[in-house]
Design a protein around this ligand. Sequence first.
Ligand code: NDP
Ligand code: OXD
Length: 313
Amino acid sequence: MTQALRISYCSCDDDASVWVPALQAALPGSEVLAWQPGAPDAEYAVVWKPPQAMLDAQGPNLKAIFNTGAGVDALLTLRLPSGVPLIRLDDAGMAVQMAEYVCQAVIRAFREFDAIERDMRAGRWRLRKPRQRADFAVGVLGMGVLGERVARALAAFEFPVNGWSRAPRDFGPVGVHGFHGAGQLPAFLAASRVLVCLLPLTPETENILNAQTLRQLPVGSHVINVARGAHVVDEDLMALLDSGHLAGATLDVFRVEPLPPEHAFWRHPAITLTPHTSARTLRADSVAQIADKIAALERGEPVAGVVDAARGY
Ligand code: NDP
Ligand code: OXD
């Protein structure tokens, strides 16, 4: 008789009392446990920012680790069991949320809705001169699962869209002008009036939104960061907003979360803040994706979303 698979769940943010039954329902015939010290060995681990002790406690039966988010930067700072594949969420309902969030931020900037709302609150009935979409190209840094979906949504609103990836790719069929690699970053920045960051956080991309890169955007540009706080050098961003080189920023992610009360971002008039909410992990979609991938792995089939730890994403 074959032994039932055991799945160990551990998250520092999410509630095991809802995730464990959801995983159990999607994986009948398996045993799903909330990890605790001394827990029995598992074949699969499902985690979000677990303690190092949880990873160290995994035994030789472990076949894969599932990350219940798209970004694996936090996990890759830990010591992972060697030779065990790490699998991230691959959209799982996040891409459309990201497209909604970024489109609203781009449209808000393009149509000057912040200023219009200020006028109306002050009792001023004032029409603004329509802007030209052709002057409002949006550059998406990171054309992966989320970036490409965002770029397609922006193209559907008829914004000119530029996309930057590591390797050369042809985004022509989705209406996006592709750029790649460090060599093409200056041309990409110079051609983008709104900059959207959807890069994974890796040693190569940390601090990528700094004085030197942000200065290459046209005067009056807007920055949208929905990836990770450490992509941005906070002081450089604020200096360029204060000098008027940048017109505004929409920030969903921060170096320290929750954003500390004393941080100057809270009070900056040109910055719009949201609490890391642009694309939430949807439990039902995520559980279904993980269960499907476990079933595929058990059949010996390949799955999407396997992280290349050396590359960092
Ligand atoms: P993917 O791994 O699918 O895509 C990453 C993209 O970035 C790829 O196009 C890749 O290029 C590009 N890239 C990576 N490194 C470089 C580099 N050095 N130079 C140029 N391009 C590079 O990631 P996702 O789209 O799924 O997610 C992106 C990030 O979004 C996550 O890592 C996470 O941090 C963040 N996120 C934020 C959320 C929120 O709520 N705010 C929710 C979910 C995710 P190539 O195509 O050539 O490999
Ligand atoms: C993620 C996130 O990486 O929610 O999935 O930030």
